[in-house]
Each structure stands twice: as structure tokens, then as C-alpha cells.
Design a protein around this ligand. Structure first.
Ligand SMILES: *Cc1c(COP(=O)(O)O)cnc(C)c1O
Ligand code: SF4
Length: 342
């Protein structure tokens, strides 16, 4: 019997081929448009939109694609949707919960002995409402080559620094050319062994993993790792998977940190599902951060008692190697503080 071989006409989604810069230029900044794209009636939410004054709305379209239509409680939408409750002043919630506004030199945080965090770029592609850097004085720390040079000089002078972490904002907001320059400068500092990138950009614009970026990260003498920021398994779609595949092929170890967020991922089942999906995509769960008590985002806070309960439940569901460490960052501490689960 002869089999009919169906003719496969490749379906090319042109939008997938927009460059990351084009996606960046095309981010949704109007919450009304955001809700309309999701077929959600906007009139009930107009008062919430005012929270844009506190922290602008920014949502890349590839991230919106992963949200469920018609669902105002979608776990991805909730991360970016402005809410009126951001105006509430909550006791104990401050603008700078991590004591980060005083930097070693402008744009460089040296809180932990052997590693420094370099603010490569101040902005992000997405504005997460719970961001602990929502009040960060980026204007004073807005990086440029002169500031990067100061940071490089500082790293050169501190031989105890073995690892440089590119952070932000989001370091992948910088162009590949700028990153290449920075990496080459750091390579010249012999006591630096490792380079780490803390980024959420590939999650919201998967096209950011360009061939030139992968090449740059794989050919440096520095041992390079990438720590992604994914809070919910729905954030991992095909587009992200294929982008990450490029990094895996280049043997760049991938890790993930999540923030424990009320109403988004504060259930053992949800977080376990995330860990499993991370593993399926070659990403090792790393940290589960207690929410940093930043002013204007108290509605995301999960009390420590509840967090411990969730983590214990996760341990019953997950193999040990898929269990992220539950930590809190305490201003002035020499490392992230593990939460005692006993
Ligand atoms: C989180 C953080 C680091 C990295 O800490 P690890 O425990 O190595 O992941 C470094 N510097 C600062 C300022 C940080 O907040
Ligand atoms: S990507 Fe990270 S730094 Fe940027 S807004 Fe979101 S949480 Fe903040």
C-alpha cells in the first residue's frame, strides 16, 4: 500500500522573526491596550491604570502571547498589571529594602566578598510590578563606558573578586557589541574566573538570544553561566525553549531564580510544575526568593510561615535536585540568607 505523504507547507510566523530590538521598540506601555489584546473588558480596571504614575507599564508582546485570553487572574498578567493598591503605604515596606542605593562605585554593587554585581544597563524590557528595584535611582547609576571603566578599575583593584555578575535592570538590554567590549575588558583582569548573567529578557523576548550573543558567551575564557528569572511554568513556551537550546548547545549552564509571589506562584503544585518544566528545558532551579518588601508591592508578599509550608510541600513532591533554595536577602548580610525549613 502506498502511503499518502502530506505536503508540509512550513508555516512561517513572520512576527517570530522580528529582531529583539524591534520587539523592544514595540513593547506595550498602555495597560488598556494590554487588556484589549487579552479580550478583557477595560472599564472595570480604569482606576488601577493610575499606578502607571508610580512605575511605568512595559510588557513585550511575546510575553503577552503566553497569557491566557480573557483571564484577569492569569499568573503572567498579574506580574505586569498595575494595581491601585500600589498606592498604599505599608509599614515596613521601603523604597530600598536591600540597601542597594549606595553602590561601591556607581553602577557596581560589592556586597558579597568574592562576587560583584555590575549594573550593565539600567532598564528592563518588562516592568514587573513586584520589582525590588522599582525605586532604584537608575538615573545616578545609568551606565555608560566611563562608568563601566570605573567599575572595571575597581574590579582590577580588588583581587578577591573571582566572579562578575552582569545585572541591571537587565544586562541583555545592552547590545552584543557593548557586551563584547565589557567581556573583553573583564577577561583582561586575571583574578576574575567567572562571568554570570542575571537576566529575564529571553523570557519576555526570546529573540534576544542571538547567534552573536551565544558566540560571545561561549568563546570567552571566563566560565560563563546564565541565571534566568522565571516565576511560572506558563512563561516557558516553544519560543523560549528553542532560544535556550542555543545556549545549551554552547554548553552554557542555565539556572533559574524565582520570586515567591502571592496569587501567582504561592502553591507547592505550581512551583513544582515550574521546577519540572525548567528541568525539561535544561535549566537548574537555583533560588526561590522571599519577596523583598518594597514599597508599593505589599500585595505580593507571602509571609515566611506560609513560605516554609509551601517549601516543605515542594520537598515531598520534587526530587532533591529540583528543589530551589528558599532564601531572603537581608540588607547588610554577607550572603543570601537561607530560610530554615526545620
Ligand atoms: C544575589 C546577589 C549576588 C549573587 O549571590 P549568589 O548567592 O552568588 O547567587 C551578588 N551580589 C549581590 C549584590 C546580590 O544581590
Ligand atoms: S526583569 Fe527583574 S529587574 Fe527588571 S523589572 Fe522585572 S524583576 Fe525588576
Amino acid at each position: 500500500m502506498k502511503l499518502e505523504i502530506p505536503q508540509i507547507i512550513p508555516h512561517i510566523d513572520k512576527k517570530m522573526h522580528l529582531s529583539w530590538q524591534k520587539e523592544l521598540a514595540n513593547v506595550v506601555t498602555d495597560p488598556k491596550i494590554l487588556l484589549e489584546m487579552l479580550n478583557i473588558e477595560t472599564k472595570n480596571y480604569l482606576q488601577h491604570f493610575k499606578a502607571r504614575q508610580l512605575f511605568p507599564v512595559r510588557v513585550p508582546r511575546p510575553f503577552i502571547k503566553k497569557m491566557q485570553k480573557g483571564n484577569i487572574n492569569d499568573p503572567l498578567l498579574k506580574q505586569v498589571m498595575p494595581l491601585f493598591s500600589e498606592f498604599l503605604i505599608t509599614e515596613g515596606f521601603i523604597a530600598d529594602p536591600l540597601g542597594e542605593h549606595d553602590t561601591a562605585v556607581e553602577g557596581l554593587l560589592h556586597k558579597y566578598k568574592h562576587r560583584v554585581l555590575l549594573i550593565v544597563k539600567s532598564g528592563c524590557a518588562v516592568n514587573c510590578r513586584y520589582c525590588f528595584r522599582r525605586h532604584f535611582p537608575y538615573a545616578d547609576n545609568s551606565p555608560n563606558k566611563i562608568r563601566w571603566q570605573q567599575a572595571l578599575d575597581y574590579i582590577q583593584q580588588h583581587e578577591e573578586i573571582t566572579e562578575v555578575i552582569f545585572s541591571g535592570g537587565d544586562p541583555l538590554m545592552a547590545s552584543d557589541e557593548h557586551l563584547a567590549w565589557l567581556v573583553s575588558q573583564i577577561e583582561n583582569i586575571s583574578h576574575v574566573k567567572r562571568l554570570r548573567l542575571h537576566t529575564r529578557l529571553p523570557v519576555v523576548i526570546p529573540q534576544r538570544i542571538t547567534a552573536s550573543l551565544v558566540k560571545l558567551l561561549s568563546k570567552t575564557r571566563l566560565k560563563t553561566t546564565m541565571v534566568l528569572h522565571i516565576n511560572h511554568s506558563n512563561e516557558i513556551d516553544k519560543a523560549l525553549s528553542s532560544s535556550l537550546e542555543l545556549l545549551r548547545e554552547a554548553r552554557i549552564p542555565l539556572f533559574n531564580q524565582s520570586v515567591l509571589l502571592k496569587g501567582i506562584n504561592d502553591q507547592a503544585q505550581v512551583l513544582s510544575q515550574l521546577s519540572e518544566k525548567l528541568f525539561d528545558n535544561g535549566i537548574q532551579p537555583y533560588y526561590l526568593h522571599m519577596f523583598d518588601q518594597v514599597q508599593g508591592a505589599a500585595h505580593f508578599d507571602v509571609p515566611e510561615k506560609q513560605a516554609v509550608k509551601i517549601a516543605k510541600e515542594m520537598m515531598m513532591i520534587l526530587p532533591g535536585f529540583l528543589m530551589p533554595k528558599l532564601v531572603r536577602e537581608i540588607a547588610g548580610e554577607a550572603n543570601k540568607t537561607p530560610i530554615n525549613l526545620a
